[in-house]
Every structure is written in C-alpha cells, then in structure tokens.
Design a protein around this ligand. Structure first.
Ligand SMILES: Cc1ncc(COP(=O)(O)O)c(C=O)c1O
Length: 396
C-alpha cells in the first residue's frame, strides 16, 4: 500500500462499533443516533419549509468560481452585516464544502511558526487535523476541575507562556461537546485577545443558531476583519438544517480569502453550484430570520427536557446553554464505552467522552466517564422512550 494509514475521526469509531454490534448503520430507521451531530432535516415548528428542489440552468453546470459563487458570497456577507452589525463584503468570504474543509484549509496554511491554542475538551476532529498536519499546540484547561469553562485569562496565560510566539486559538462556540457558549463580554474579550499583535483565532460557529438566548457570533465584536488573523467559520450544516448540501464558509481578511481561492483552484475546484444556489435561498433575510427563531425555540425545549431527564437518570451534567448536546458524567464509575455496549442492545449509542479529549488519554484521562448525548437528530416525541432506554442502561 502506497498510502500512509490514517484512522477515521472518532465519531466513526463509534459508528463502526455500533455496526458490528447491531448490524445497522447509525441513523438508519429504528436506530437512535445520539452519537451523531446532525440536526433534524425536516421543518421545525414555526420554522420555514426546507425546499425540496433546486432550479438551475445550463450555465450552472460550468465550474463554479473557486472561492464561491458571487450570489452566495454576497448573501453570506449581507447575513453577518444584518444580524451582527459587521461591515464585511463578499471579498471577505470563501465557500467550502462544509465547515470542516474550511477549518482544515486554515490550519494547513497556517505559518509553521504559529502555535495553536486549543481547549482540552473540544470537537473530535480538531485532534485529527492537528495530528495530520503535525501542528504543535498548547492545551487550555477544560476539564471537571474548571467545569469545562475556561476563560480568556487561560488563553492569556497560555500566550504569555509562549513569550513572543505567534498564537492562534481554535475554538468551537457554542462548544461541541460541552455546549458552553461565550457571549457578550467574554466573547468580546476573546475577540480582543485574538486581534492583538501576533494573535489570531478560528471561531468555529457551526452551532451559531443553537444558543438559549439567541444566535451568537464573534462577528458582532470584530471591528475590521481585514486587520486581523481571525477566521469565523460557519456552515449551512446545523442551523440551516442541510448537512447534505455540504456548504460552509470562512469569513476572514481579504488577503486570507485570496489564499483560500488559490487553494480551491489547486485542490478543491470549488463547491457544487446547485448546493450554492440552494443555500443562497436559505439565507434570504426573512427566511433566515424565521429559521434562527425556530431553531432557538425548538432546541431550547429539547435541551431543557433532556437536561431534566438525564439528570433524573443520575447523569451529572456540565452542559452550557448552547449546542445540541448534553455533556455529563455517568454515575457509579460507569465508563462511556461500557455504557455504549449496553445502549447497543437498544440500537442506541452516545459519543464517548474520551473522543473529545484533545490529549486522547482514553479511560485513564478525565473524560472516561463522560458522554456526549446528541439531541440534534432526535424527534420531540421520542423523549420518554429515549430516557427509558438510558435509565435501563445505567441501571443494568
Ligand atoms: C464544532 C463543529 N464544527 C464544524 C462542523 C462542521 O461540519 P460540516 O463539515 O459537516 O459542515 C461540525 C459538525 O459536526 C462541528 O460540530
């Protein structure tokens, strides 16, 4: 074999174990895909319809522009300017096939001397990306001791410890898996931190819509993105409910966007035009206003219903007020892997906490008894049944 081996990202590990145990693919009808990070792809109560077709012309069968079609880039810029008072243009936007390739490209082009700062408990594939790209990084404590709630002072301390080194923070906000969300003064302080000399940040806002008090973006606090090394990454994957459209974007300084355009011309060839046409429609102001509201309301109800239910099952939750996950510790020393073995009997599975450990210490680390329960793809009607399965698995 000429290729170097590389394992799939952690969520897939759970998918494969699930398949071995149940003979089914997680997400198939009858399964309970609580390990997975996709939203419902059906109309939410009070939300807009999800179009079931996309119209295009022969001209749309041509290659797309490398950094995204003009209408989509303009729609994304207008979206941030409208909702967060920013002053960006289409030149500050590069379109990718989802959020992950945008994150990967940013890390790939990062100057070799820039040190990455990353919280100890974060989105599983960050670990794989850093490993694959051989990026040295410093961990910011995020563990049971600080209740998975680091602050900007932790980033300041980590940057200070590096002396004059350039640093780039990568942060999911709301955080996957913990749901901890930086808003208001904390987010402003983090933007200020990342705007300083020799500083930068990736704000991964895949869960932008999913926050108890309404959608949240670092764009609100960035004064002039052209003068920063800040990358705000969004996607149509979660809030707009269309993971299958594979559309995400990076908002950054124009000179950074040019690099992404060059990258696309060499290695990606742009993103399918029908997807871009579809997502442009989803961003029409009236529609997206309705979508933001419906997502907040529906998922707030789900978050609170499962908060109460999971706590009653004996799970000690550390979840923040965002995202569509609950993050908590199983009782009586039960490990996440043991718990999953029990859930497989009911064709259910959670994401084991150790897969969110950016140091991958397995069951020896602080995440051994932690689980990430996803209520993203779960219908409201299945609450009682789901909790019953969890109660049984904890008790047995
Ligand atoms: C924190 C975070 N960032 C980005 C993404 C983007 O995913 P995609 O590449 O499917 O758009 C996800 C999806 O799971 C996520 O959880």
């Amino acid at each position: 074999m000429f290729l170097q081996k590389f394992p799939p990202m952690g969520v897939y590990e759970t998918l494969f174990k699930f398949q071995d145990a149940t003979g089914k693919y997680m997400g198939d009808p009858g399964t309970r895909p609580w390990a997975q990070g996709f939203p419902l792809t059906t109309q939410l109560p009070g939300g807009p319809e999800l179009p079931s077709r996309v119209d295009f012309e022969p001209a749309d069968l041509k290659y797309p522009a490398a950094s995204g079609t003009d209408p989509l880039r303009a729609a994304i810029a207008a979206y941030y300017n409208h909702f967060y008072g920013s002053n960006i243009t289409a030149d500050n936007v590069a379109v990718f096939a989802g959020g992950r390739p945008g994150i990967f490209a940013t890390l790939m082009f990062l100057r070799p001397d820039v040190r990455v700062l990353i919280e100890e408990t974060e989105y599983t594939p960050y670990y794989d990306k850093l490993k694959l790209l051989g990026r040295a990084h410093t961990l910011i404590p995020s563990n049971p001791e600080n209740q998975f709630r680091p602050g900007v002072a932790d980033y300041e301390a980590a940057a200070r410890a590096r002396g004059e080194d350039a640093v780039l923070a990568i942060k999911s906000n709301p955080c996957n898996p913990t749901g901890v969300t930086w808003t208001g003064d904390a987010l402003r302080a983090m933007v200020e931190f990342a705007s300083g000399a020799n500083r930068g940040a990736i704000f991964d806002e895949a869960y932008e819509f999913f926050h108890a008090a309404g959608p949240v973006s670092a764009m609100r606090y960035i004064k002039n993105i052209d003068e920063t090394n800040i990358f705000v990454i969004g996607a149509a994957t979660k809030g707009l409910q269309v993971p299958g459209m594979r559309t995400g974007w990076v908002v950054a300084a124009r000179e950074h966007i040019e690099i992404f355009r060059n990258f696309s011309s060499i290695a990606m060839g742009g993103v399918a035009r029908p997807s871009q046409i579809y997502v442009t429609k989803l961003l029409e102001t009236a529609r997206v206003t309705q979508a933001r509201k419906a997502v907040v309301e529906f998922y707030n109800r789900q978050r609170e219903a499962y908060r109460e239910g999971l706590e009653q099952c004996g799970i000690e939750l550390c979840t923040g007020d965002g995202g569509f996950y609950h993050w908590g510790r199983l009782p009586r020393g039960l490990t996440a892997d043991e718990f999953n073995e029990r859930l497989f009997r009911d064709q259910a599975a959670i994401l084991p906490g150790p897969l969110c450990d950016m140091r991958r210490r397995g069951d020896k680390g602080p995440h051994a008894n932690f689980i990430r329960f996803s209520f993203g793809p779960v219908k409201a009607e299945s609450l009682r049944e789901n909790l019953e399965i969890i109660r049984r698995a904890i008790g047995s």
